[in-house]
Design a protein around this ligand. Structure first.
Ligand code: ADP
Length: 479
């Protein structure tokens, strides 16, 4: 049975701050079900240790001058053996994995994730007292980039795959920090981890991995050009033949409108009228007017520039006047939160804003809304538009990254051919967003056509089984 070590800084449901956790919580389990012998390696954050049943010790050893322990648990709801890296830099740190309560990065993040990387590389190359050694090392995002680079210091190393979930975070640290980490001095070169006089953890993966993947085909192309490549486009172009875009899947068990425990009323493509019960329930619970004559627009996500807030906020008044109701769930930058909250306070029957992280409400919005708004400036894959498709909540998106690969515009031709699943606009321009919203609103008033699009949206297959097959091909492809 081929062995896989999958390394990430977060995995649902143990610890989640974004889409990476959804992937790390699903893909390794599906690969296990498809016959691989998989270990998921995560840091043992304090919060994680508090939520699991007592873990089993796996190994304890000295590495890079410090004592580390590996303990095993099962990822809740799966059969996946999960190894937790126990060390005080993780286990004695409350709250968010990456930053303090004020949003400032933990000052020793370089040391923390260098340690995760060193442990992953040591396991992958058989440098630790463990009976188990992987055939494939699959690392994710900047936190684990150095692991791939470090495997190159050994004669015998596994196949390596590095997945970019977002290039926006590169793990950049200054020279004194690099020197403190005890990485080989030759890593400080442009052809290695050095990046404009800083050390870039993500380059460890991009330079050294046998295969680089990213989470959608369009994003794979975008990062080979400026501005999507954020300065790394030259390197990525050099490695284009080793760079593959594989769309993320979604967990069809967790996101299933027919059997979602958070919903007022479950529904399927055959019982779409039941979906409206969720709309009424959400309107009531958030104090919105019980209108059934206008669409409800939902937005769930991080309230940051990337998600297109600069396109939405200048035309919030026009959006509400289109006319629609709007519900926003998210947390993010203060200035965005304040403006959203102020507009909702002035229009309490038409707009509701919940500034929180709330899994249950995210599900209820997906089920209740008619339209899901996701006008991102860039979007490596995006999960919320996939959940929306499955819930028959038509996504309105900008044609970028994974959004471009997953949503088919309701143009007259696509409506006629039966392929339309949502609404797509091109330019990062608020006027174009508004025009798309007006098209969506007009189609919503033609319920027969709307429901036809809903049914096509709900029949799309974004299961992990499909994506996992692509990863297996990479793991097994000849060098
Ligand atoms: P990103 O990873 O860029 O934040 P994605 O769309 O890929 O965006 O994934 C975001 C994930 O986080 C989704 O599962 C989404 O439902 C969830 N999410 C984001 N913000 C919230 C929130 N405030 N409450 C509940 N879930 C949220």
């Amino acid at each position: 049975m081929p062995r896989l070590l999958f390394v990430a800084s977060e995995a649902y449901p143990l610890i989640k701050t974004g889409g990476l956790a959804d992937v790390a919580g699903s893909l390794p389990e599906v690969l296990r079900q498809q016959g691989m012998d998989v270990r998921l390696l995560l840091p043992a954050y304090q919060h994680v240790l508090e939520t699991i049943t007592p873990p089993t010790p796996v190994a304890e050893f000295d590495l890079a001058g410090t004592r580390v322990r590996i303990v095993a648990t099962r990822l809740p709801g799966t059969g996946l053996e999960t190894w937790l890296l126990e060390h005080p830099v993780f286990s004695q740190r409350p709250g968010n994995p990456y930053h303090d309560a004020h949003g400032n990065p933990w000052p020793d993040n370089a040391d923390r994730f260098a340690l995760l990387s060193k442990v992953a590389a040591a396991i992958a190359t058989g440098q630790v007292p463990l009976q188990w050694r992987p055939d494939v090392l699959h690392c994710n995002d900047w936190h684990t980039g150095p692991a791939i680079a470090l495997t190159h210091l050994q004669e015998s190393r596994p196949r390596t795959v590095f997945t970019v979930h977002s290039l926006a975070h590169m793990g950049l640290f200054d020279r004194p920090t690099f020197e403190r980490l005890g990485l080989p001095p030759h890593f400080w070169q442009d052809s290695s981890l050095e990046f404009y006089n800083q050390c870039s953890f993500i380059k460890g993966g991009l330079v050294y991995a046998d295969y680089i993947t990213t989470v959608s085909p369009t994003y794979a192309s975008e990062i080979c050009e400026s501005p999507g490549g954020m300065g790394l486009e030259g390197l990525l172009r050099q490695r284009r033949e080793r760079l593959v875009g594989i769309l993320n899947g979604i967990d069809n068990g967790v996101w299933n409108p027919a059997a979602d425990p958070y919903l007022e009323q479950g529904y399927t493509a055959e019982t779409l009228s039941d979906k409206t019960r969720n709309k009424s329930a959400l309107q009531a619970s958030l104090g919105l007017a019980p209108d059934s004559d206008r669409p409800l627009v939902g937005l769930v996500g991080r309230l940051v520039e990337q998600k297109g807030l600069e396109l939405i906020l200048p035309v919030l008044g026009e959006i509400l006047a289109s006319p629609v109701q709007l519900v926003v769930l998210g947390t993010g930058e203060r200035r965005y939160e304040q403006q959203l909250r102020a507009t909702a306070a002035a229009n309490p029957r038409a707009m509701a804003v919940v500034l929180a992280y709330d899994e249950s409400l995210a599900h209820r919005i997906e089920a209740a809304a008619d339209i899901f708004l996701m006008p991102s400036l860039f979007e490596p894959c995006g999960l919320n538009q996939l959940y929306s498709l499955r819930y028959g909540t038509l996504p309105l998106v900008r044609e970028v990254g994974g959004l471009a690969d997953t949503v088919v515009d309701s143009s007259p031709e696509n409506l006629a051919s039966g392929s339309a699943t949502g609404f797509v606009f091109q330019r990062p321009d608020a006027a174009d967003l508004l025009a798309a919203l007006r098209r969506a609103t007009a189609l919503w008033h033609d319920q027969a056509s709307w429901q036809q699009v809903q049914r096509v949206a709900m029949s799309q297959d974004f299961s992990w089984q499909r994506s996992a097959k692509r990863y297996l091909e990479l793991y097994n492809s000849p060098d």
